[in-house]
Design a protein around this ligand. Structure first.
Ligand code: AGP
Length: 609
């Protein structure tokens, strides 16, 4: 969480920094701030509560300054106030710092620094950094760069830091430990940012800092210092074409809506990227060298958070049905608190669109340490999860800007299902009929076009309700969880996904005419019991919306609003159902006038535990 951006070069820096921060706002938007060194050598700080737009309103973007750093905050330590907004400075106002992450030993450091006479102005963990540097420079006589490299060993926790000292106005320092940080190489200008969309407009050449590395960034060069070997090292920057980086709304009012409608394209891309073999098998390119002995595997342990967890949970059902494994799914944040006793022949599958979710990373490290193999699905091949896993599959969904995950969820569902087919082929040499997947993008495209108006009308009917219950059974239940999560995160309406069989064990008490029930009622093994559960809800006068098969007269007569799924192969139901749940949440949020792409209190990637 938190976005940081730095510029040094031959152009006026503030327009770059502000535009970079706007592109990083999905990482947090509680407050925003910049620090820059002006032509007279003054270190100037401007910060505001709220969004980058508020910052823009108080800034003179044309000020003569060619070096600066900026921050958009998701508050962890210290409330949402101007004082706690970054950048933070030392006592004398020489050193400015922006930070993403959590400095876990900040209390001890703060006490120590206060005893040595430092005066703190905020409640943040970050502020210890400029004071610590000041102390190392002024009291211990260290040179700036030496002091900076020194702090790797003094700070516990996670950090991406950008540091600037007005006494050295020609250099920026960027440090990474467990929080993402990327440097971008320009012509007579260089950049640093938390994520790549902030840089795509200016360069296509990047280096992803690794843990315990520091970048020394000047106008003309970027050098990388590695604290493991304690020296500058050679690196190979990577080239990423601009069209893969830049995200535009393309006429849609929100990124989320654009991303919902982009899903057919994402699926098409995934299918095209498979290496198909005329004999009926296929390879997933990214794991072509994967040497997991699938025949020996006993257990698959899927770990993820939020929407990615729902994709894993959905997958559990079909994997257990079709593969000879015991499949367990767990929230990454819960794994910490478990004493895992798992068979040796367990493969861990982690799922994370960002590849930077702190809980996923810590689980990944924990299980790797114990010697388990980890296969990950991520939407960013440069991310920590991708780099630290034994194998990873790139979700190929393209950059997702909306805080609510949509197209990456679709990509996760598709890849997890393909992975199941791939393992089946490895185990049983079963031919794979990919035709079903080949048709999926077209079905999705047509369905989105046909269903959107109906979903909008239903959203209009219910958007002012305060509570929703999403009911489903069996394999459809994870989709109910996902539908409820989508609704609550962008509309702030309370919504719960409940296994329909659990209703009578308590939640049915919630039902009344003001509490709509959203049922997922396909004609599958859950059908009859779902109908009973909806009857029970109806008897309590709850309005009922149902996602079900077209031509299902029984269901149509029972519910208030039916959102029909076409009479096609049930293989397509979860994918088509998913877009309905996404659209419903989107329209409700839009009708309520919510900030859909940047819902309150949330950030796109959760980089702290
Ligand atoms: C999804 O809409 C959420 N914003 C959130 O639950 C997200 O899925 C979760 O934070 C996991 O993120 P990841 O996939 O990047 O690991």
């Amino acid at each position: 969480m938190c976005g940081i951006f730095g510029y040094i070069g031959d152009k006026i820096c503030l327009p770059y920094i502000v535009s970079g921060l706007e592109k990083l706002e999905y990482r947090g938007y509680d407050s925003a701030g910049v620090a820059y060194i002006d032509n007279e050598g003054n270190l100037e700080i401007r910060k505001v509560v709220g969004k980058v737009q508020n910052l823009k309103e108080i800034l003179d973007l044309s000020v003569n300054s060619f070096i600066g750093i900026g921050h958009t905050r998701w508050a962890t330590h210290g409330g949402i106030t101007q004082q706690n907004a970054h950048p933070h400075v030392d006592c004398q106002g020489n050193i400015a710092v922006v930070h993403n992450g959590i400095i876990e030993n900040y209390k001890e450091l703060k006490d120590y620094l206060i005893k040595r006479g430092h005066i703190f102005r905020s409640q943040t963990d970050t502020e210890v950094v400029p004071h610590l540097l000041e102390d190392l420079i002024d009291n211990e006589g260290l040179e700036l760069e030496y002091a900076i490299t020194n702090i790797f060993s003094k700070l516990n926790g996670s950090f991406a830091l950008l540091i600037m000292d007005k006494r050295r106005p020609n250099v920026l320092y960027a440090l990474r430990k467990q929080s993402p940080l990327i440097v971008g190489f320009g012509n007579k200008e260089n950049f640093v940012a938390s994520d790549i969309p902030a840089l795509g407009e200016y360069t296509d050449k990047f280096y992803y800092l690794k843990d315990n590395q520091m970048a020394k960034v000047t106008r003309d060069e970027i050098r990388i210092w590695d604290s493991n070997v304690k020296k500058y090292i050679e690196i190979n920057p990577i080239k990423i074409p601009q069209e893969r980086i830049r995200a535009e709304k393309n006429g849609y009012p929100h990124f989320m809506l654009k991303e919902i409608f982009e899903q057919p394209l994402v699926v098409r891309r995934i299918i095209t990227e498979l290496e198909r073999d005329p004999s009926g098998s296929f390879e997933i390119k990214d794991i072509i060298n994967c040497d997991i002995p699938w025949h020996k595997v006993e257990k698959i342990f899927i770990v993820a958070c939020g929407t990615s967890y729902h994709a894993g949970y959905y997958t559990k059902f079909s994997w257990e049905e079709e593969l000879p494994y015991w499949v367990e799914v767990e929230l990454a944040s819960q794994v910490h608190h478990r004493n895992l006793r798992i068979p040796d022949n367990t493969v861990f599958v982690t799922i994370s669109q960002s590849g930077e979710t702190a809980d996923v990373i810590s689980t990944l490290r924990k299980v790797k340490e114990k010697g388990y193999k980890v296969l990950s699905l991520v939407n960013n091949p440069q991310s920590t999860v991708a780099r630290e896993s034994d194998y990873f599959i790139n979700l190929r969904a393209g950059i997702e800007i909306g805080v609510a995950a949509t197209k990456t969820f679709m990509a996760e569902l598709v890849y997890l299902d393909l992975l199941k087919e791939y393992i089946k082929y490895k185990l049983f040499n079963e031919k794979v009929n990919l035709e079903k997947w080949v048709l999926l993008p077209t079905y999705l495209e047509n369905y989105l076009t046909n269903i959107k108006d109906l979903v909008f009308d239903i959203a209009k009917k219910y958007y002012n309700k305060k509570n929703f219950l999403y009911l489903a059974r069996g394999r459809n239940f994870p989709l109910a969880l996902e539908g409820a999560l989508k609704l609550k995160e962008i509309s702030y309406v309370h919504a719960e996904g409940i296994p329909a069989g659990e209703m009578k064990h308590g939640p049915i008490a919630l039902l009344d005419p003001e509490t709509p029930v959203f049922g997922i009622v396909y004609q599958d093994d859950t059908y009859t019991k779902m109908l009973n559960n909806l009857e029970e809800a109806k008897a309590r006068k709850a309005p009922i919306i149902a996602l079900g098969n077209e031509n299902d007269r029984k269901l149509e007569n029972l519910v208030d609003d039916l959102i029909p799924i076409p009479s096609i192969d049930p293989f397509y139901y979860p994918y088509l159902g998913t877009v309905v749940l996404q659209l419903f949440a989107y329209y409700v949020a839009d009708l309520l006038g919510r900030e859909i792409d940047q819902p309150r209190n949330l950030a796109k990637s959760v980089t702290v535990e």
